[in-house]
Design a protein around this ligand. Structure first.
Ligand code: URA
Length: 448
């Protein structure tokens, strides 16, 4: 079938034949299919969906468009975590060294900030000297030596996804469960993992804000992983407000170091420990989640996770002093401006998308994939939903490169923290655990 006929088939609600995906994605990666035609197919998929066999076909074709890690020789299991993204999500920086310190290898392949969401690669690159552009061979060597490598999607890994994801960003075709699931899993399966933990975000700051969509995405990704022998578990975690206090690259590195030192915001620590426990069970070093959590808590509190973080930063060219004295090495914005409460009240919401938009206005985020960002800028969130504040109390602190951009950010943030008379309904920080066996609703530990 010619590509034009495949577009028409999907437009009319038909199936793409199983044997069409591989040649299609190979041709797209080789620039033999123009972007305008692929964009038309992506939009037809957004509107018509894909069945499980089609999702499998697309995932395999994107995976096979590039190279893969070969990690079977490592003496330990390989487990990664993937977050569907949000604001203030610095968990990977803490989790990767923590899990590696407990004896499971972590090939942590991450992305960059895009739209209102932050990206782990940009956070890591806020550490002076830190190199995320590793080849597969370099990453394999780091995994052998230190049990961890933190890198970006190289040009070798799933190149068809790399092109398609950028195209989707420019054609309003990102928000489709089959496309998101195939995109994420094609990269994760290239890591030759024994297990994968997914942190699927729900709430206003998530790609898919509705809980039922987040659950459907989790189930779709688990299905893809398990079919290929990669044990996959998902936790649904709250992204209705930013995670932790720090939003912005250098600010988030400093907060990550605080958590690695046994301090930092409770929600960041809790999500990190819950994900770590899942990874340690999948990695076979703990018999159950309770034992795994005890193991992870000990590694966080006795300094082993921090020590491993230091080693990995140094091994990837970064300034290791960040582990002892973050603000001795991180770039600091020259100006801070404060958003204060206009009257007494109870914080109703802390709007993540407004904070993301403010960070872009400050130069710390991206609306296009190739924009250069300022690591020093960001927003510190000083109020949580449900908190009582008095008139004049600090709600947000903007870290700006100059007064003009700081004021522009404050304007964007003017409605970001609405106050009211009543306590808003608490939201669970971790609401569901999803496995191949089904969906488990977790006992409520509120995010505020
Ligand atoms: N992250 C990805 O890698 N791909 C998507 O489609 C969405 C989020």
């Amino acid at each position: 079938m010619r590509f034009l006929e495949l577009i028409a088939t999907k437009r009319d609600g038909g199936r793409i034949p199983d044997d069409a995906w591989r040649p299609m994605m190979r041709a797209y990666a080789a620039d033999e299919i123009p972007d305008y035609q692929m964009a038309a197919l992506a939009m037809a998929i957004v509107l018509r969906g894909l069945d499980p066999a089609e999702i499998e076909g697309l995932t395999s074709a994107m995976l096979e468009s590039g190279s893969r890690f070969s990690l079977g020789h490592l003496p330990m299991a390989r487990v990664d975590k993937h977050s569907t993204g949000g604001l203030g999500d610095k968990v990977s920086l803490i989790l990767a060294p923590l899990v590696a310190a407990c004896g499971v290898a972590v090939p942590m392949m991450s992305g960059r900030a895009l739209g209102h969401t932050g990206g782990t690669l940009d956070k890591l690159e806020a550490i002076p000297g830190f190199r995320t552009g590793l080849s597969i061979q370099e990453a394999e060597a780091l995994l052998r030596r230190h049990g961890c490598a933190m890198l970006g999607q190289t040009t070798e890994i799933a190149p068809a996804d790399r092109k398609l994801y950028a195209l989707r960003g420019a054609t309003a075709t990102v928000e489709a469960i089959p496309l998101i699931a195939a995109s994420i899993m094609s990269k994760k399966l290239a890591e030759d993992l024994t297990g994968l933990v997914l942190d699927v975000k729900t709430g206003a700051g998530a790609f898919l804000p509705r809980q039922e969509d987040a659950l459907a995405l989790a189930r779709t990704m688990i299905d893809i992983g398990e079919r290929r022998g990669c044990r996959t578990v998902a936790l649904l975690t709250d992204m209705d407000a930013p995670l932790g206090e720090a939003c912005g690259n250098a600010l988030e590195v400093a907060e990550s170091v605080a958590v690695l030192r046994g301090k930092g915001p409770a929600d960041v620590r809790e999500v990190t420990l819950a994900l770590a426990a899942e990874m340690l069970v999948l990695g076979g070093v703990a018999p159950d989640l309770a034992a795994a959590r005890t193991m992870a808590t000990a590694a966080l509190d006795d300094g082993r996770a921090l020590a491993r973080f230091r080693v990995i930063v140094e091994a990837q060219g970064g300034d290791p002093r960040v582990a002892e004295d973050p603000w001795g090495v991180l770039a600091r914005a020259p100006i801070t401006l404060t958003l204060t409460a206009p009257a007494a009240g109870i914080v109703q919401r802390v709007a993540p998308r407004a904070i993301g938009a403010a960070i872009i206005a400050l130069g710390g985020g991206r609306s296009h994939t190739d924009e250069v960002i300022d690591p020093a800028v960001g927003v510190m969130v000083r109020a949580r939903p449900g908190q009582s504040v008095a008139a004049g109390d600090t709600l947000l602190v903007v870290h700006a490169p100059d007064d003009q951009r700081g004021r522009a950010a404050l304007e964007i943030l003017a409605e970001a923290v609405p106050l009211g008379p009543a306590v808003p309904a608490p939201r669970p920080l971790i609401s569901h655990r999803v496995t191949a066996g089904g969906v488990e609703e977790l006992p409520a530990a509120p995010s505020h």
